[in-house]
Design a binder for this molecule. Structure first.
Ligand code: ADP
Ligand code: MG
Ligand code: ZN
Length: 481
């Protein structure tokens, strides 16, 4: 959009990440996704009167991990607060969250942009419980499933430091990468384990005051976040260009119609009547515990990328792709138990395997070929048992069976022919069967050489070692001169 040049988008994201704890935030119910409705519930998460919450220590630990990984201050004392609102899937009539004193504050994450790396400041990270889920259009009814009620979340709130859809997307990808590396969230946007609300305003370039913002909810993929932001930025610019004003409101993204529709007037925090949760003590965190969590932090994406460059002598590009997701990096390193050809393995993972993973929309932890078997396949090429071309064929087979490549090669009789006497026989036959081309070659048409190589490979059903084929062909043709 041409007029965009005069404007700057200002975006702040609120990201909810569902924590990978076994049990809920304030009771012992399972957090498993996909269970029969209302089977993982108890009086506490059903909000029955007289019940009391008991804080899940693991959830607190996970929040601290994220705080440390995003350079936040970990508050030694934080408090839980009631956020009051009515919703059919919120039986208590309030959500236990944190308001005035959250567990983590003032961090940042770095994102790569066209103009180098930029810091996006984090305002806060707080812990809260999820609400239940309303399931609409059930034979004229809306039904309520409370399995999700009380599942632990962290909410990561950025400062309004993001200025384009690309930056927003990059920021989200970084958060997703961090939570999965930290092992605190599975990062699955489609299943709702990672959810994003976007606050958007527009201002003239060079201005510092913030414009009136809207908030968009309900974007359940990276693609939708980008599309929704694009839509809303353009809508606001058009309003300003027509001298109309942006109304502060909450919009709902409709992916099918590609538009954001008003859902409700934007609530202010005082609408929620926050007050300290009387059933929970202030959360006190010792310095020792934070130190302990800090020293047990898993290797983070940047560190892993650097290590891949140094330990496996990979180009920066390769290391970046391989560590972009924890599951890819894990897969890569598991495969190294059966091959030590770092670069060949990197090529296979980045091209062949990544292509299949994208097509089938599977994570590398569920890749149809086990890492060990892919490593073995590469080792077979390195030991010249099979050619690179045959390896592609075996790879296709492995996709369906995840059979040991050694078995496939044996069963299908794909072992490369390196026996010169065997190749000689084929070469002689090819030369005998193609007198015209031999004539042409001898008359100086060198290009025909490639034709002979092709014929020999075809006769050997791709199994002849190409290098030996070349040598023997040259020798035989030279003899004919
Ligand atoms: P609320 O209480 O409505 O949640 P917050 O102050 O916590 O408001 O901010 C929520 C999010 O909105 C933050 O990510 C913040 O960066 C962002 N934000 C606040 N004001 C603006 C604005 N004018 N334009 C864009 N984003 C904004
Ligand atoms: Mg908010
Ligand atoms: Zn429960």
């Amino acid at each position: 959009m041409a007029m965009l040049k005069r404007y700057e988008a200002v975006i702040g994201l609120e990201v909810h990440a569902q924590l990978l704890t076994e049990t809920k935030l304030f009771c012992g119910c399972s957090t498993k996704f996909g269970a029969q409705p209302n089977t993982n519930i108890c009086p506490v998460c059903m909000g029955l009167p007289g019940t009391l919450p008991t804080l899940n220590k693991r959830a607190v630990e996970f929040a601290i991990r994220m705080g440390l990984a995003t350079n936040c201050r970990i508050n030694k004392r934080s408090i839980f607060a009631r956020k009051n609102y009515f919703y059919p899937d919120l039986p208590k009539g309030y959500q236990i969250s944190q308001f005035e004193e959250p567990i983590c504050e003032n961090g940042f994450v770095e994102i790569e942009t066209e103009n180098g790396s930029r810091k996006i400041r984090l305002k806060r990270i707080h812990i809260e419980e999820d609400a239940g889920k309303s399931i609409h259009d059930q034979g004229g009814f809306t039904k309520v499933d409370l399995n999700r009620s009380g599942v632990p979340l962290i909410e990561i709130v950025s400062e309004p430091d993001i200025h384009s859809t690309q930056e927003a997307s990059q920021y989200l990808k970084n958060l997703r990468q961090l939570v999965t590396y930290l092992g605190i969230c599975d990062g699955n946007m489609e299943e709702g384990s990672l959810r994003c609300d976007a606050n958007i305003s527009i201002r003239k370039k060079g201005e510092t005051a913030l414009g009136t913002r809207t908030e968009i909810k309900n974007m359940n993929s990276f693609r939708n976040v980008e599309r929704a932001l694009e839509f809303e930025i353009n809508r606001q610019i058009e309003l300003l260009e027509e001298n109309r004003t942006v109304v502060q409101e909450t919009l709902l993204w409709d992916a099918d119609k590609s538009e954001a529709r008003p859902m409700r007037g934007k609530e202010e925090s005082h609408d929620y009547r926050y007050f300290p949760e009387p059933d929970l003590m202030p959360l006190e965190i010792s310095e020792d515990w934070v130190t302990e969590i800090q020293s047990a932090l898993p290797e983070l994406p940047n560190a892993r990328k650097q290590r891949f460059i140094e330990e496996y002598q990979l180009p920066e590009y390769d290391a970046g792709v391989l560590t972009s997701e924890k599951s890819i990096a894990d897969y890569y390193e598991q495969a190294l138990t059966s091959t030590n050809n770092y670069k060949a393995l990197s090529n296979w993972v980045m091209s062949e395997a990544l292509k299949i993973a994208n097509e089938r929309k599977v994570d590398f932890s569920q890749f149809p070929i086990s890492a060990k078997n892919l490593g073995k396949l590469i080792a077979l090429v390195d030991k010249q048992v099979i050619s690179g071309k045959i390896a592609k064929e075996v790879f296709e087979d492995m996709l369906n069976s995840d059979d040991d490549p050694e078995n496939i090669v044996k069963e299908k009789n794909l072992v490369q022919i390196t026996d010169a006497s065997q190749i000689k026989i084929i070469v002689e036959r090819v030369l005998k069967d193609n007198p015209t081309q031999v004539e042409q070659y001898l008359n100086g048409k060198e290009k025909v050489f490639g034709f002979f190589v092709g014929q020999v490979m075809k006769e050997s059903r791709g199994k002849a070692n190409p290098q030996i084929v070349n040598e023997i062909l040259k020798e035989k043709l030279a003899n004919l001169r």
